[in-house]
Design a protein around this ligand. Structure first.
Ligand code: KG4
Ligand code: ZN
Length: 339
C-alpha cells in the first residue's frame, strides 16, 4: 500500500480538479476538468453556471483521480481542499465534498489557500526550493509579489491595486474578439510581432514600489484600438499583441528583480496562470541569469489551476500540524497568511 497520500481538491473558479499526491511532491494523478467551452460563449466565467458544473463533475473527477493513481479512498491519509480565494459558489462545492469525505472516512481535513497552492506547484517537479526567496504569483485574480523567508511563511511586498495581470490579458483579448481565457490567445497572436511597435505605459514605476497597476495599460490599449477604428485603419494585430504583452512582462520582471535585489535572495520563483506565458518565462530566464539568480517555474500545465498543487500545499500544512474542522467554510476573499 502506498503511504503519505493526499487527495487534493480544487474548485475555486472554472476547473473541477482532483489529484493524488505522494509525500507532497510526487504526482500520482492530476485530473482537471475544464469548463472553458461552457463559459467561452459568455466571454468569461459565469459564477452560477460554474457552481452547477462543479456539482455534476466533482465526484466523477475524484473517482478518476483515485483510479488513475491506483488507490482507494481508504489509502488516502489526508484530504486537502481549496477554501479561498475564488468564487464562493464554486469553492463551496469542493469544500462540501472534502468535508463529506473527511467526515465519512474519519480522515484529517486541511483547507488550502489557492495562492499558496500555486506556489507549491514548484515543489512538484523535483526542483530544489531554497528559502529565503522572492515569488511572483500572477493569475487571473492575483498579482502578488511575495518574500518567502521559510516555506509556509509569506510577507507581501506588493500586489496589484486594480486589475490582475491575467485579467488585463483577458479583458483586452475580449475586446479583440478572442475567446476566453485571453492570455494564451494574446501570446499566440504576439508571435512574430514587434514588441516595440507601440509604447504602452507601465504603472507605478517608482523605485522601491512593489505594487502593480494594469488599469492604465488596459485603458491605453483600448484607446489605441478605438482610435484605429474611428480612423478606419486596420490594427497591426501581431505588433499590438506583442507590445501589449511586453508591457506586462517588462513591469512584472522589473519588479521581481528589484525585490530579489532588495531582499538579497538567490532564488526567484514564478507561479500562477500567467507564468505559463513562454515569452515571460524566457525574458525572466535571461534576466535571472544576468543577475546571478536561480529561477524556478512550474511546467505550463501546473501553472494554471489544478489540484496537484493543492495536494502538495495541503500535505505540508498537515505535516506542520495544521488541520481544519468540519466547520471549514469557503472564504471568497481569503488572503495569504490569514490562516
Ligand atoms: O492561475 P489561473 O489558472 O487561475 C486563477 O487563479 O486566476 O490563471 C488564469 C489566468 C487567466 O487570466 C489567463 O488568461 C492567464 O492566466 N494565462 C495566461 C497564459 N495562460 C493562462 N496569460 C498569459 N499567457 C499565457 N500563456
Ligand atoms: Zn489559480
Amino acid at each position: 500500500m502506498k503511504s503519505g497520500l493526499t487527495l487534493g481538491i480544487e474548485t475555486s473558479c472554472d476547473e473541477t480538479a482532483a489529484a493524488v499526491i505522494q509525500d507532497g511532491t510526487t504526482i500520482l494523478s492530476n485530473v482537471v476538468l475544464s469548463q472553458i467551452d461552457v463559459h467561452q460563449k459568455y466571454g468569461g466565467v459565469v459564477p452560477e453556471i460554474a457552481s452547477r458544473h462543479h456539482i455534476e463533475a466533482m465526484f466523477p473527477v475524484i473517482n478518476e483521480a483515485l483510479t488513475e493513481a491506483g488507490v482507494t479512498l481508504g489509502d488516502v491519509e489526508v484530504i486537502a481542499v481549496t477554501y479561498g480565494p475564488g468564487l464562493v459558489g464554486s469553492l463551496l462545492v469542493g469544500v462540501a465534498a472534502a468535508k463529506a469525505l473527511a467526515f465519512a472516512l474519519d480522515k484529517p481535513l486541511v483547507g488550502v489557500n489557492h495562492i499558496e497552492g500555486h506556489i507549491y506547484a514548484n515543489l512538484l517537479t523535483g526542483q530544489e526550493i531554497k528559502t529565503p526567496l522572492v515569488c511572483l504569483t500572477v493569475s487571473g485574480g492575483h498579482t502578488d509579489l511575495l518574500l518567502i523567508p521559510r516555506l509556509g511563511e509569506y510577507e507581501i511586498l506588493g500586489r496589484t491595486r486594480d486589475d490582475a495581470a491575467g485579467e488585463a490579458f483577458d479583458k483586452v483579448a475580449r475586446v479583440l474578439g478572442l475567446p476566453y481565457p485571453g492570455g494564451p490567445q494574446i501570446e499566440k497572436l504576439a508571435e512574430g510581432g514587434n514588441r516595440d511597435a507601440i509604447r504602452f505605459p507601465r504603472g507605478l514605476q517608482e523605485k522601491g514600489n512593489f505594487d502593480f497597476s494594469f488599469s492604465g495599460l488596459k485603458t491605453a490599449a483600448l484607446n489605441y484600438l478605438n482610435e484605429r477604428k474611428q480612423k478606419n485603419e486596420s490594427v497591426p494585430m501581431a505588433d499590438f499583441a506583442a507590445s501589449f504583452q511586453w508591457a506586462i512582462i517588462d513591469i512584472l520582471t522589473e519588479k521581481l528583480l528589484a525585490a530579489a535585489k532588495e531582499h538579497r535572495v538567490e532564488q526567484i520563483v514564478l507561479s500562477g496562470g500567467v507564468a505559463a506565458n513562454g515569452a515571460f518565462r524566457k525574458h525572466v530566464e535571461v534576466q535571472a541569469k544576468r543577475n546571478g539568480l536561480q529561477l524556478l517555474y512550474p511546467p505550463a500545465y501546473l501553472c494554471t489551476d489544478n489540484a496537484a498543487m493543492i495536494g502538495s500545499a495541503g500535505y505540508f500544512r498537515y505535516k506542520a500540524g495544521k488541520r481544519s474542522g468540519h466547520d471549514l467554510n469557503a472564504v471568497a476573499n481569503l488572503r495569504l497568511g490569514d490562516d
